[in-house]
Design a protein around this ligand. Structure first.
Ligand code: FE2
Length: 434
């Protein structure tokens, strides 16, 4: 389809339950929705997408990913223990072998997967603990290349520790000078709690000075004494960074004393720090030192939401030193989050869908996100009637729309049957009752 041609999406169901909706996109923006769109004469040369009653959602957004490591599984070997620390060591073995071209090729291949899955915005951390900044240069080039079809935001990530790794602070500043968007950190990997807290202070002050957002890997451990989110919330308030700071993982909160957690939750809410949980990775990497019973390790998602904190989910890893699975499916992420947090109520399921759409868009600060008049005409048509059904089925992405143009299509999921007295084909959707 031509990117500049008007697009009419007809007979869509929206996430809020409105059915039979028409969406009109002009010049890459949503010009009208619902009765207003239906009342307008069809623009000349309009492209037509019949949604056939399926769910039209704003696109998926991944609030936490590592595009420099993705699709490198098996290079130079696999993670035998499956732990976070062996993953970091393995990444260290791979780094000297990387080339800018190989990083870019794998990242672009992943972006193809993402678009096909209706995932049109990714915040990716990029390791800056390499004096050559190969990954930074590669991903900045990828960011420019994919910009027409995918919003890529980069976080300068000192994987080996800001203070623990010689040259990390200078490299991080160089990465920001080259155009990386967000300041990252990893306080729990510094040598001491005090050094971790110091790294948080340095990085938040750098963000304040440069006017940039912050997104730190924070307390990604099973240690109930890890307290870096408290420090991050403190400096966020002290420096007036409210709304611009994200704490990623916060898995230690899973293991914290409940009294302390009850003090911490309002502090996070007060500071307006966003939280990103990474369910697939948290359930895989946390609790590795436990005998039975084993902890799940994901942060306290329902409690954070109830306290008024914006919580998103990220995929974190796909086929890399930490995780050998995944295919850019944010519905798989939502499903795992739902199970881990036992968010099985209707509200909980909706919140998990929001965690990979609107809440994640809020973390990235995406302008014009959402199915609203004047917003960007970005959407994904799912073979499901409701967000809950989309999660249950990891629904097919029947069409993906970017800037008013269809950029990907997927065949509906169905199966042929040869059973006596039964239909000749089957799909797995069910009409909602009523
Ligand atoms: Fe991460």
């Amino acid at each position: 389809m031509n990117a500049t041609a008007p697009l009419v999406i007809d007979n869509a169901t929206l996430p809020d339950g409105r059915r039979g909706m028409r969406v009109l996109a002009l010049d890459g923006r949503i010009a009208a929705i619902g009765p207003a769109a239906a009342a307008q004469p069809l623009p000349a040369g309009a492209q037509w997408l019949d949604a056939q009653g399926w769910l039209l959602s704003p696109p998926f957004v991944d609030a936490h990913f590592h595009l420099d490591a993705t699709l490198s599984h098996g290079l130079p070997r696999v993670n035998a223990s499956g732990t976070l620390l062996e993953g970091i060591a393995l990444w260290g073995e791979l780094k000297p072998l990387l080339t800018e071209e190989a990083i870019a090729e794998r990242a672009l291949a992943y972006c193809d997967w993402a678009v096909a899955r209706g995932l049109l915005a990714i915040r990716s951390h990029v390791d800056i603990c390499d004096d050559r900044l190969l990954a930074v240069r590669a991903l900045l080039a990828v960011k420019r290349q994919v910009a027409p079809y995918l919003d890529l935001q980069l976080v300068a990530f000192p994987q080996d520790g800001l203070l623990r790794s010689p040259g990390a602070l200078a490299n991080l500043q160089r990465a920001l000078d080259l155009g990386v968007d967000v300041i990252g950190g990893i306080p729990h990997f510094e040598r001491t709690q005090a050094e971790g807290a110091e790294s948080v202070r340095i990085l938040c002050e750098l963000a304040a000075a440069r006017g940039l957002p912050v997104d730190m890997h924070c307390d990604e451990s099973d240690d109930p004494q890890s307290r870096h989110i408290e420090t991050l919330a403190f400096h966020t308030q002290r420096l007036g960074l409210q709304g611009r700071v994200t704490g990623s993982h916060l898995t230690s909160m899973h293991s914290m004393d409940n009294y302390y957690a009850s003090k911490l939750l309002p502090l996070i809410a007060e500071s307006q720090v966003h939280v990103v949980a990474n369910p697939l990775i948290n359930i895989t990497l946390q609790g590795r030192h436990d005998h039975y019973p084993k902890r799940r390790g994901m942060t306290r998602v329902p409690e954070l939401l109830a306290a008024g904190v914006n919580v998103a989910f990220g995929h974190d890893c796909v086929m890399d030193p930490w995780y050998s699975f995944g295919s850019a499916c944010m519905l798989e992420v939502a499903a795992m989050g739902l199970h881990l947090a036992q968010m099985t109520s209707s509200l909980g399921q909706r919140q998990c869908f929001d965690a990979v759409t609107v809440n994640a868009a809020r973390v990235l600060g995406l302008p014009g996100y959402g199915l609203a008049v004047g917003g960007r005409a970005d959407a994904v048509l799912l073979q499901a009637r409701t967000p809950e059904e989309a999660i249950r089925l990891r629904a097919q992405r029947l069409a993906v729309v970017r800037g008013g143009a269809v950029v990907a299509r997927m065949a509906p999921a169905t199966a042929e049957l040869a059973l006596p007295g039964r239909p000749a084909s089957v799909d797995f959707t069910r009409q909602p009752p009523g």
